[in-house]
Design a protein around this ligand. Structure first.
Ligand code: 13P
Length: 252
């Protein structure tokens, strides 16, 4: 099955009204509507309004970086899925390793966030990834399957039909250490196989993107792998030229 490639920028906690305006203008100048791939930027919550206005009517979709598992109520500091929709978000990242590790997000909490996103009609970008210690201990796949299984237990395999998986090895994030294309492909293939054992149709259509030090210089090789359907881009998404080149590499 031909899956539409997908590239999303994860700005993390970067940007300002001034730099966002410049970055988005540069991206929109060069991103054509005719692309075979889909593109998005996941911005910090305070900038959703600004970037939503800048992107209106363009081929670049808007995403957020986190969502509350709750619908509404007394949850100070939290942002509900319905609020993200108010700003025309289409995507939301759930389970990023920075939230799992720095904010103690458990597999179960990530699964609840995934459910809240879907219930509101957002597309969850579910991040899965192993640490260096877990990889060295030979635990890469068990860790990823455990993270994924929490979502399958809570929502069933059919819930993946309108989600995107992002394999983000923790040791490759922001370190300049990219997984070798074959190394990433092996993991993506294993993840697709795990889903296929539960529902071959969902697995065939499921986009699994790679994140971790993707740059203009390594994107094409990564995206050429049969089970790598695009990327989730951190640092390089803050540089218009780099991000555009990565988008171009997915546009195959
Ligand atoms: P870098 O591209 O900066 O390594 O970050 C990857 C990432 O965490 C995307 O969500």
């Amino acid at each position: 099955m031909r899956r539409q490639p997908f590239v999303a920028g994860n700005w993390k906690m970067n940007g300002s009204c001034v730099t966002n305006q410049k970055l988005v203008a540069e991206l929109l100048e060069s991103l054509g509507d005719s692309s075979a791939a889909a593109f998005a930027v996941c911005v910090p919550h305070p900038y959703l309004d600004q970037v939503s206005r800048l992107l209106a009517g363009s081929c670049l979709a808007l995403g957020a970086q986190d969502v509350s598992p709750h619908e509404s109520g007394a949850y100070t500091g939290e942002v509900a899925a319905s609020m993200l929709l108010d700003f025309a978000c289409r995507y939301v990242i759930v389970g990023h390793s920075e939230r799992r590790s720095m904010h103690a997000e458990s597999d179960a909490l990530v699964a609840r966030k995934f459910g809240a996103a879907r219930a509101a009609g957002l597309v969850p970008l579910l991040c899965l990834g192993e640490t260096l210690a877990e990889r060295q201990a030979g635990d890469t796949l068990p860790v990823l399957f455990r993270q994924l299984q929490a979502v399958l237990d809570a929502h069933g395999v059919a819930a993946l039909a309108d989600a995107v998986l992002a394999y983000e090895p923790v040791w490759a994030i922001g370190t300049g250490l990219t997984a070798a294309p074959e190394q990433a492909q092996a993991v993506h293939q294993a993840l697709r196989q795990y889903v296929a054992e539960r529902d071959p149709g969902v697995a065939a259509g499921l986009r699994i993107v790679y994140g971790g030090s993707v740059k203009a210089g390594n994107a094409a090789q990564l995206f050429a792998q049969p089970d790598i359907d695009g990327g989730l881009i951190g640092g390089a998404s803050l540089d218009a030229k780099e991000f555009l080149a990565i988008c171009q590499a997915a546009n195959i």
